[in-house]
Every structure is written in structure tokens, then in C-alpha cells.
Design a protein around this ligand. Structure first.
Ligand SMILES: Cc1cc2nc3c(=O)[nH]c(=O)nc-3n(C[C@H](O)[C@H](O)[C@H](O)COP(=O)(O)O)c2cc1C
Length: 463
């Protein structure tokens, strides 16, 4: 932050406007434009307008603002109106305790309500709060807050102390601001809330940041890397390794042989026990072709500055960032081992994975079924993350997980139609998968796991 401000001692509460707020006045209407829209205030006395126009980028004690107004010839009624007006500027009003912290609203519905804290009330940092470094300095954030708090180094001792309950009287202004901003809580407010107790820290943060409403960060198809780095290719270049050409089914014959759609949908279930024989390589070829091949490549086009593709399952932005890897324990006609599926060439490439890693992959999958399945073939779904983040800000990973769901259902339905045994899995080891497939974890690693067997065994209840 570059806001100039006096550094009073002791820490004092001050107010200002978000640095990006713009105040204009015309025809008796004052307009304050901010990242969430614009507020218009009509019929304000010129003395009040004058003070508000001078606010962006500065901080001042509220009393000081009133003094400025009175010094410029304003009346005490106008000073009262100034306070009222300030209280209505919630989405843009910055509250600071200099020199420690500044509370900046980041959402349209931001409410800053200083709590009535008794001196002996105990307060601690919310377990959802996090501190991180940004270009603007240290920032304190929380998915429960509609503010961010810019911190100075001087605030660090207080923040450290707030890891445990601290009495409000130890730093009334700063603690009051942290509570008002939703970064700190009194007593056991968080533990006693059943809805909050149920959230993992990272899940709630992910939820808040992958939807709109609680942050002011870039969001959606922002194409922030266009012109800077090229997008990941529409189809991953298949890794080097002995190729296995896969069977290409006739879609007409498949359509004629399939049960009716509703029968497939109604008979679909997760199967963890197999009838006997493992799947054949011909079945695997048909499954992959019908569920996951590239049907065509198109683009770039206006509004879509990248090559996209069409495949049997839907995917956000037609970006198709997901890759399929097979860890094969038993498959008639295919050696046990680890393979990458090339959805354009419809072939497998054998990977030089260590046997111990392949066994560990199968072991993790078996564990995910509670030990029920002895996997024949594990399909691991990885994401080429940059394919999505090149286009999307804020929601890239959330969209990937949704794409995994769409792929799962397509695999489920095609496998059911073919009389095979499908089972989606909810957990897998991304580190192990990256090692097994020879991937850079941050660039491409696993986001989904799917078991496929030959014919289903006895009906097994869902887990
Ligand atoms: C995203 C997702 C994750 C799943 N995770 C697992 C899992 O880890 N282990 C497992 O045995 N089944 C898993 N399943 C299968 C579900 O248990 C199953 O779909 C559910 O019990 C309903 O039964 P049904 O699929 O037979 O209709 C998962 C399914 C989905 C869609």
C-alpha cells in the first residue's frame, strides 16, 4: 500500500477509501465507483462532498475529517451527515489501526461492525485465517471474511500472540478491528458452530475462492497468459515408449449391441468385485474410444484464442486438460505395466515405471475401496494444470474437478453398456502418481482414479 498516513502513537483507528475507488461529482450527485459497482449519493452539501472527494488514497481519523469539514466552513449537522455517509460506504471504506493494519473490503456485502468487547473478553485468530506475502505486502485473509487485512511488521507480535486466546484489553483497537473483519473470534464461537466445525481449512478457502462473491480477485476466462506463454497443446505429445495400437470399435455396431439408454442408466453401479476373467485389451480399446478419444480438433476462433477439441465427455472451455494413464495388473492381451493413453492416435504408450510404484498405485486404489477390490486395471486421471490456468483465473482447479466428474460418469455409462465393472474412486496419491508416470507434480499430477474390471461379480453394495 502506498497510502500516506501519519503514524500516531498509540495505535489509532482511521478510515479511508479503497485506493481504486474513484469519487466524481456532477449535477448534485456524488458517484463513488469501486470494483463492485458504483454508489451514488444525491443532494450532499458541498462541504461533505469536498471531504469525500479528498478521501481516496488517504487515511484519516473520523474526527479529523469532521474537523476538516468544520474548518472549511461546514456545520455540525453536516459533520453528522458526513459520519452517516461514511457508514454507508461499506464496500469501499478502509478501516485502519495505524501503524499496524488496514482492513480493506473485498466484497459488495462487506460489513465492518466493531464488536462490543469487554476488556477481559478473550479473542484468538480464526482457524480459517492465513497470512501470505503479496506484491502489496503481508496480507491476512480468511474465507469467512469479506475483507483482507494488510499487515505491517509491527503487527506480527500481536498476530503471533493471537494464535492463543488473548484478552481484548491487551490491544483493544487492533483486536476489535480483527474481530470486526472476521479474522479473529471471541471465545469458542467457531468450534461451537456445527457448520464451521465441519469444514477443513483448505476446503473452505477453496470454496470461497473458486466461486464469486467473497473476494475481489480476477475470476473467470481472463486469459491472463495470452501473449506471454503459449497454452499447453490441445493434445499432449505422447511420451516415448513402445506403442500398443488399440482396437477401434464400429460405433454403429456398438449402438446396435448396447442396451437402451435408460437400461444403462438404471443398471449402472459401482462394482468392486469381478466375475472372473480380467478385461481384454479389445474391451479397453472400445471403452477408451467410446469414452475418451479425440473426436476432432478445432480453433483458434474469435473469443477462443487456443486450439480445442471434441471428445465424448464434456469439459469446460473444450480445453480437455485431463490425461489418462493405465496401471494394468491383469488384462488379456496386454502386458502388466503402466501406460499413457493417446486420445488422438488411440493407442497406448508403455511407460518405464518401476514395478514397486505400479504395485503401490494398485494398492492405494484397493485401499480406496476399503479393500474390496483387487484391481485389474486402474485408470488414473491427471490434469495438465496450465491448460486450464492459461484461460481461467480463480476457478481453474475447481473446473478440473468438475471435468473429472464428467469423465467418470462417461466411463461409468460406457463400461455399463459394455457389461464391464466400473468404479470411480475419491482418493489417490498424486505424489506417487507423478513418480510412477514420470511427471512434474506441479505441472501434471493425478486428480482422479477409476477402476475397471471385466464382468461384474456378485452385486456389491455401494460404499
Ligand atoms: C467422485 C466419486 C468418488 C468415489 N469414491 C469411491 C471410493 O473411493 N471408493 C469406492 O469404493 N467407491 C467410490 N465411489 C463409488 C461410490 O461409492 C458409489 O458411486 C456410490 O456408493 C453409489 O453407488 P453406485 O455407484 O453403485 O450407484 C465414488 C464415486 C464417485 C462418483
Amino acid at each position: 500500500m502506498t497510502v500516506p498516513a501519519a503514524r500516531p502513537d498509540p495505535p489509532a483507528p482511521m478510515v479511508g477509501l479503497r485506493e481504486d475507488a474513484v469519487v466524481t461529482s456532477a449535477d448534485g450527485t456524488l458517484t463513488i465507483t469501486n470494483p463492485f459497482g458504483a454508489s451514488t449519493l444525491r443532494g450532499l452539501p458541498p462541504a461533505v462532498e469536498e471531504v469525500l472527494r479528498g478521501l481516496p488514497g488517504t487515511l484519516a481519523a473520523e474526527d479529523e475529517l469532521a474537523e476538516r469539514l468544520l474548518a472549511a466552513g461546514g456545520t455540525s449537522q453536516e459533520a453528522a451527515l458526513l459520519y452517516l455517509t461514511l457508514s454507508r460506504l461499506r464496500p469501499v471504506l478502509v478501516h485502519a489501526v495505524e501503524p499496524l493494519l488496514r482492513v480493506v473490503p473485498v466484497a459488495r456485502d462487506a460489513e465492518f461492525r466493531p464488536p462490543a468487547l469487554a476488556p477481559d473478553d478473550t479473542v484468538r485468530l480464526s482457524r480459517f485465517a492465513l497470512v501470505r506475502a503479496t506484491e502489496e505486502g503481508l496480507v491476512l485473509e480468511s474465507p469467512l471474511s469479506r475483507h483482507r487485512v494488510m499487515l505491517t511488521e509491527e503487527a506480527m507480535p500481536l498476530l503471533g500472540a493471537l494464535a492463543r486466546p488473548v484478552m481484548a484489553k491487551q490491544a483493544p483497537e487492533a483486536i476489535g478491528h480483527l474481530v470486526a473483519a472476521g479474522m479473529a473470534v471471541t471465545g469458542d464461537a467457531e468450534e461451537s458452530d456445527p457448520a464451521l466445525r465441519a469444514w477443513d481449512f483448505h476446503d473452505l478457502l477453496f470454496h470461497a475462492r473458486s466461486r464469486m462473491g467473497r473476494h475481489d480477485q480476477p475470476f473467470g476466462a481472463s486469459f491472463r497468459f495470452v501473449g506471454e506463454v503459449p497454452p499447453e497443446p490441445v493434445v499432449k505429445r505422447p511420451p516415448a515408449g513402445p506403442a500398443v495400437e488399440l482396437f477401434t470399435p464400429s460405433l454403429e455396431e456398438a449402438a446396435a449391441a448396447d442396451p437402451p439408454f435408460t437400461t444403462v442408466l438404471e443398471s449402472r453401479r459401482s462394482v468392486r468385485e469381478y466375475a472372473g476373467a480380467p478385461p481384454t485389451v479389445r474391451q479397453l480399446g472400445e471403452l477408451l474410444y467410446r469414452a475418451a478419444r479425440v473426436r476432432g480438433v478445432f480453433g483458434p476462433a474469435p473469443g477462443m484464442p487456443y486450439e480445442a477439441s471434441s471428445r465424448p465427455y464434456p469439459a469446460g472451455g473444450a480445453a480437455y486438460e485431463l490425461e489418462l494413464y493405465l496401471t494394468v495388473a491383469r488384462c488379456e492381451g496386454l502386458d502388466a505395466g503402466v501406460y499413457h493413453y493417446d486420445p488422438l492416435g488411440h493407442r497406448l504408450a508403455a511407460l518405464p515405471a518401476r514395478n514397486a510404484d505400479a504395485r503401490a498405485m494398485l494398492g492405494v486404489a484397493r485401499l480406496a475401496t476399503g479393500g474390496m477390490a483387487t484391481p485389474d486395471v486402474l485408470i488414473t486421471v491427471t490434469s495438465r494444470f496450465q491448460r486450464m490456468s492459461w484461460k481461467y483465473s480463480g476457478l481453474a482447479y475447481a473446473a478440473t474437478l468438475k471435468n473429472v466428474g464428467a469423465l467418470y460418469q462417461t466411463l461409468y455409462l460406457v463400461a455399463t453398456a459394455m457389461g464391464m465393472a466400473p468404479c470411480g474412486l475419491g482418493s489417490g496419491d498424486a505424489d506417487l502418481a507423478a513418480r510412477t508416470f514420470g511427471l512434474d507434480w506441479a505441472r501434471e499430477s493425478s486428480v482422479g482414479d477409476f477402476l475397471i474390471g471385466g464382468a461384474p461379480g456378485d452385486a456389491a453394495p455401494g460404499s
